[in-house]
Design a protein around this ligand. Sequence first.
Ligand code: B1M
Length: 206
Amino acid sequence: MSLDDIYDAVLEYDDDGISDLVKQELDAETPPKVILDEALIEALDEVGRCFSDGTIFVPEMLMAAETMKVGLDILRPLFLGDKSTIIGTAVIGSVKGDMHDIGKNLVAMMLEGASFNVIDLGVDVDTDRFLAAAHEHDAEFIMMSALLTTTMKAMETSVRVIKDERPDLKVIVGGAPVNQSFADAIGANGYSDDAPGAISTARTFV
Ligand code: B1M
């Protein structure tokens, strides 16, 4: 039993076996963050490479993502913190046209762990939904994720409209094709290339 078995389980779409493998790894006192970074996320990176090579296609990519999520569900409680002291409210979603949600879910999970109240709008979220949820829940933050070069445009539109209508809201962006210079160019208040960094960035505004 090892991290390699968890990695292999994602690549073999073994959604029945992966829970036990993750539990066994936790029993062996491997830190949850190591299981996440070195087995689950590494495996999805390999899935992405296989997709680029044309050795797997969308259905396989989806099965791998579903398997990864089953493993992540075992880790989730370990990232959740004490909700008695809420330090801020964040609305989070993947931007319009984007169905990828694993990175966004990680950010949401870690925000909760860092004592934020999190309103998760899911995927394919347009500007109006971000704004309406921020208003309804009296949020201070909007956190956006984009995984496709094609949905970066939707991110840009949302950030520009939100900053125009609600300059008081802090907008933090991220996702594989996004970088600091893009975030600066579209007027976002913050950017991070990973989930823990998104939480650190949000905390600088609290
Ligand atoms: Co998609 N997909 N996909 N996909 N997919 C990518 C992104 C791709 C790079 C694969 C590839 O070609 N190698 C490619 C994008 C190419 C591009 O735009 N340049 C791609 C493509 C092309 C597509 C489709 C267009 C395929 C098709 O239909 N022909 C299609 C688009 C659907 C749509 O969104 N409209 C599609 C569909 C899918 C599935 C549905 C099958 C599935 C998603 C399932 C799901 O999310 N529930 C899927 C998957 C699994 C992937 C890969 C393999 C893995 C993505 C992932 O979850 N990674 C991906 C290749 C890859 O990334 N290696 C790929 C793990 C996750 C933890 O990482 O989300 O990057 P990530 O999050 C990171 C950081 O980016 C950051 O933190 C996390 C790490 O801590 N982060 C933030 C993310 N959000 C943040 C927000 C922040 C801060 C940091 O602040 C708010």
